[in-house]
Design a protein around this ligand. Structure first.
Ligand code: SF4
Ligand code: SF4
Ligand code: FES
Length: 249
């Protein structure tokens, strides 16, 4: 058991404009290893398989329990969370790359701010005035809670955008995560105050009509969020809003 090894091929990039290079690392196997714990081991002793000393691999992580969404990367070609990617379940050599649709900051760390800009564009929040005590919020039916809870589990990992064929610079598509958050906040009794603004933000270029319904997003989401249901529901709401706007003119 002691001499069982795990081989990693990691795509490195020293800066946003540097050419990427691949480096190989070999670790001793031990029970319970996952990709993040392996990257930590490599950082503690940054030597390639050939014995060359190199810079520790840069990556993002925080919660280590698939809650913060920061450790998304391509592992054996699949967008997923590195902290829940168990080594024993991965084919070797294990290929690790940064997400391909987001600018590389360094090595496996990418700039995912496009998602946060998209969430701002669709006003993905409940508007509250924190200057005085509003008391308890409006009651929500059990049915509404059951519908919205799964949507609230989004961890902003961007995996759904990575695999979406429509998420690219040409379309400027906001992506499934932002659309699903529109459904979540429009269903909130107080959040609904901004419903029209949110739907308006999804009309036109980059809006919901860019979705080709390929369903890659719902298959990859690590939190099993019903993204295609959200897209269908919000598309219907956008359509109704567009027709209402037309008759108001
Ligand atoms: S259904 Fe397809 S096109 Fe639409 S957001 Fe999901 S992956 Fe993208
Ligand atoms: S919807 Fe799912 S895949 Fe997309 S950002 Fe949220 S958790 Fe990640
Ligand atoms: S470290 Fe938070 S999701 Fe992986």
């Amino acid at each position: 058991m002691a001499d069982k090894k795990v081989l990693f091929k990691i795509k490195r990039q020293a800066s946003p404009s540097a050419e990427p290079v691949w480096e190989e690392f070999e670790l001793n196997w031990h029970p319970g290893m996952n990709v993040i714990s392996s990257l930590m081991e490599i950082a503690a002793n940054p030597q390639t398989k050939d014995g060359k000393t190199t810079a520790p691999v840069t990556y993002d992580s925080n919660c280590l329990e698939e809650v913060c969404g920061s450790c998304a990367m391509l592992i054996n070609g699949r967008a997923r969370m590195a902290c829940s990617a168990l080594i024993d379940k991965l084919e070797q050599p294990i290929r690790i790359e940064p997400l391909s649709k987001f600018p590389v900051v360094r090595d496996l760390a990418v700039d995912r701010s496009v998602l946060f800009e998209n969430l701002k564009a669709v006003k993905a929040w409940v508007p509250v005035d924190g200057t005085y005590d509003l008391g308890s919020g409006p009651r929500q039916s059990m049915q509404n809670q059951e519908m919205t809870y799964p949507l609230s589990r989004c961890i902003s990992c961007c995996c759904c955008m990575e695999v979406c064929p429509q998420f690219n610079e040409d379309t400027g598509f906001v992506g499934a995560a932002a659309i699903s958050q529109v459904r979540l906040f429009n269903a909130h009794p107080t959040g609904a105050a901004l419903k029209q603004d949110r739907l308006a933000a999804l009309m036109g270029d980059g809006g919901i009509q860019e979705c080709g319904y390929a369903q890659n997003c719902v298959e990859i989401c690590p939190k099993d969020i019903p993204l295609t249901q959200s897209i269908s529901q919000v598309a219907g709401d956008v359509m109704k809003q567009a027709i209402t706007d037309l008759f108001r003119k």
